[in-house]
Design a protein around this ligand. Structure first.
Ligand code: GAP
Length: 466
């Protein structure tokens, strides 16, 4: 761990987006709230509301689609968060999963990550031999290694031997299940095991909204292969994972691959590259793609006494598989998709704020809106809404002026609005409004479901690229 996650580059190239605007939109529209808000909130902990859940679920579904459904060499796993404590001895987390903590000895007594302070000074071209508190200028304590794992106790009696940990990565659940999965997956190497789940880290300096929190969700693949294949598979996964973000609408010039220097590599890794995204606070890690070699399986074989080698059915050769690990954050990904799609424009003298999300990511795909709340329009609209509901997440909204309802749908990123008006009552046609182009086309009500399904399946490119 202890790698740099935020390089010091100017904020998001030319966009009007800021983190404050994203936080405000998330609160205004019920995507994400401060956790335990009625008690004053719990620092850097967030709860997802309706639209946030839908969006994050879509991010996870698209990941699952790309890494499992559209391949035939990756299977799924859902391991428990609580694991045998020996797991963390074997994995090296008990000893090595720490960040250098310093505390201000001056007025403010704040705590910082020493490596982050050094990096910030380096980026400004300032000397790093005497680092002082960036908040009050006070002297700092000597750095001490602070283990990031949350400790708890299993069972009713807090006694020696009952200490367990909340997992700091989902990966170890995959390694300890390697043998189980291989027995039932009916796959040969190379093959991968994919898992989505919560991880916990007692981060020294969480921050930047849901970018760095103490409880977060990871989407991880451990891809097992022959040692000689590892370098090639590493390259392939880096390309595949970059493409995934681009296919879902992130602008390629807001993404980059950055190889870790030797001093940044985690204790298990022989090579890691991060996919970085140009967040409002600068280039920061979105996903890490590591070559873990055979470190983890070797360690678990040693600590558990189990044989975790693989026998090649063709050559009968036995070897400890090597592992390529694309490890993404579901919350960080969700944040990147929101930041990249955020847009503002003026239409007929009024400001329009919107999330130009890829339709497959959008929390709601279609909003059915009767122009007026009378003359049979709501009933007609409701019937269409009920036809769409089994096919996609849709909304039926009768409240407020049509402009106000469009603005609400724009802000939650709904790609299509269908308006029922007086003409619908005469000829059964409706208006289909496109969020990005504002194009309004008329079509028979009976064709709406088919047209939306066609648009959802069509390739999509961010309008911010044109
Ligand atoms: N198993 C490897 C591993 O956990 P990592 O680089 O420490 O590697 C992988 O984490 C990803 O998990 C990161 O790229 C990030 O997206 C996400 N992540 C890590 N720590 C996080 C935190 N404190 N808050 C939110 N997401 C985090």
């Amino acid at each position: 761990m202890s790698s740099s996650e935020t390089s010091q580059n100017p904020a998001a190239g030319g966009d009007s987006v800021t983190m404050d605007k994203i936080v405000a939109l998330c609160k205004r529209r019920g995507f994400i709230f401060q956790s335990s808000e009625i008690y004053g909130g719990l620092a850097s902990t967030y709860d997802y509301g309706h639209y946030g859940v839908l969006l994050k679920n879509n991010v996870k579904a698209e990941w699952r689609r790309a890494v499992v459904q559209e391949r035939d060499d990756v299977v799924l796993l859902d391991a428990a968060i609580l694991m045998h404590p020996k797991t963390w001895e074997a994995s090296g987390h008990l000893e090595g999963f720490s960040d250098p903590l310093v505390q201000c000895l001056g007025d403010c007594k704040k705590r910082f990550r020493h490596d982050h302070l050094v990096e910030a000074l380096e980026a400004e071209g300032k000397p790093t031999d005497h680092v002082v508190c960036p908040n009050c200028g006070g002297e700092l304590s000597e750095p001490r290694q602070f283990n990031l794992m949350f400790e708890t106790n299993m069972g009713p009696v807090k006694e020696e031997g009952s200490t367990i940990y909340l997992r700091p990565e989902t990966a170890q659940g995959i390694f300890v299940n390697f043998k189980n999965v291989m027995q039932f997956a009916r796959k040969k190497l190379p093959m991968g095991i994919a898992q989505i789940g919560k991880s916990f880290r007692n981060e020294i300096t969480p921050g930047n909204f849901i970018f760095r929190t103490r409880e977060f969700e990871q989407m991880e693949i451990e891809y097992f292969c022959a040692p000689d294949d590892a370098a090639t598979k590493h390259e392939e996964w880096m390309a595949a994972r970059m493409q995934w973000y681009v296919d879902l609408g992130i602008r390629p010039d807001h993404l980059m691959l950055r190889a870790h220097g030797d001093d940044e590599l985690s204790h298990y890794s022989s090579a890691t590259s991060d996919i970085e995204y140009l967040f409002p606070m600068g280039w920061s890690e979105l996903e890490g793609i590591a070559n873990r070699g055979n470190f983890d399986l070797t360690q678990h074989a040693k600590f558990s006494g189990e044989k975790l080698e693989y026998m090649d059915p063709q050559t009968n050769e036995r070897f400890m598989p090597h592992v390529i690990e694309p490890s993404a954050g579901a919350d960080r990904g969700t944040l990147a998709f929101m930041v990249d799609s955020y847009d503002e424009e003026e239409v007929e003298g009024r400001e329009r704020v919107m999330l130009r999300l890829h339709p497959r990511l959008a929390p709601v795909k279609a909003a059915v809106l009767p122009l007026v709340n009378k003359d049979g329009q709501p009933e007609k609209a409701r019937a269409l809404y009920e036809e769409l509901r089994p096919l996609m997440q849709a909304e039926f909204d009768t409240g407020g002026s049509i402009g106000k309802r469009y603005r609400r749908q724009d802000e939650i990123g709904t790609p299509w609005g269908i308006t029922i008006d007086h003409q619908t009552m005469e000829d059964d046609t409706v208006t289909l409004r496109d969020r990005d182009s504002l194009d309004q086309s008329r079509l028979p009500i009976a064709e709406v479901a088919g047209e939306l399904a066609r648009r959802l399946a069509a390739p999509w490119q961010s309008p911010k690229l044109s």
